[in-house]
Design a protein around this ligand. Structure first.
Ligand SMILES: *Cc1c(COP(=O)(O)O)cnc(C)c1O
Length: 231
């Protein structure tokens, strides 16, 4: 049985390898270690192994971990955010990947200003159009950026369908990249970040231009409840 630090090193090596294969610079993608459902001790071990970026999908779980872990950790909220938890989220997270409506974007921007915080924000896009998924439609992204061109907004995020083939995964990730290119061109708003790729598909996402991969089970091990559980 590998240790957490061995699994983390193996994931880092696979990321480097995928970037090299794609002709990309070694430092052109960030690894967010997704620690949802795992105890603070597991985060502390990964932090000791040199991992500083962690992702959680529920504000409540984030709120229990942040105060008991080192201050130098950068927290990423990656799960659906309810309107009544925005204030807590902007005070706990440095990044919010799951901005899935124009209303939520405006609300986060207003509350971040009140709280004197500058979270980096990504619009979550439901590229494949699955009914069960959070995220705005691809055709809503340009209007959302135009209506609220905040400097906090720095890119797009997607979750690929769990059952997709390799060819379909390439297509989903390439679609997010092309959507980013076209929205950035149309609005003049730079959107350099593409948050895409999880344990099962991150190498494909890196080949298609991911700048942030969100990896949980390949680092922390198997989880007993579903990846997309809202919170
Ligand atoms: C849980 C989760 C991940 C990580 O999933 P793994 O398959 O464990 O790597 C990534 N992104 C989101 C939005 C998640 O909810």
């Amino acid at each position: 049985m590998e240790t957490l630090s061995e699994r983390l090193a193996a994931v880092r090596e696979r990321i480097s390898c995928a970037l090299r294969k794609a002709g990309r610079a070694e430092d052109s993608a960030r690894l967010v270690a997704v620690s949802k459902t795992f105890p603070a001790e597991a985060v502390a071990s990964a932090r000791e192994a040199g991992q500083f970026l962690f992702g959680e999908n529920r504000v409540q779980e984030l709120a229990t971990k942040v105060p008991v872990l080192p201050q130098d950790i950068e927290w990423h909220l990656i799960g659906h955010l309810q309107a009544n938890k925005v204030r807590a989220a902007v005070n706990l997270a440095t990044w919010i990947h799951s901005v899935d409506t124009a209303d939520l974007l405006r609300r986060i921007v207003r509350i971040a200003e009140e709280e004197n915080r500058t979270p980096r924000l990504l619009l979550e896009v439901n590229v494949s159009g699955e009914a069960s998924k959070f995220g705005m439609r691809a055709d809503e992204v340009e209007a959302t950026v135009s209506a609220c061109p905040t400097p906090l907004l720095c890119g797009l995020m997607t979750v690929a369908p769990a059952e997709a083939t390799v060819a379909e995964l390439h297509q989903v990730f390439a679609s997010l990249r092309k959507l980013r290119d076209s929205v950035a061109a149309a609005t003049g708003h730079p959107l350099p970040e593409l948050s895409m790729g999880m344990s099962g598909d991150f190498e494909i996402a890196l080949a298609e231009g991911a700048t942030i991969v969100r990896i949980g089970s390949a680092i922390f091990g198997h989880r007993d409840y579903p990846a997309g559980a809202p919170g």
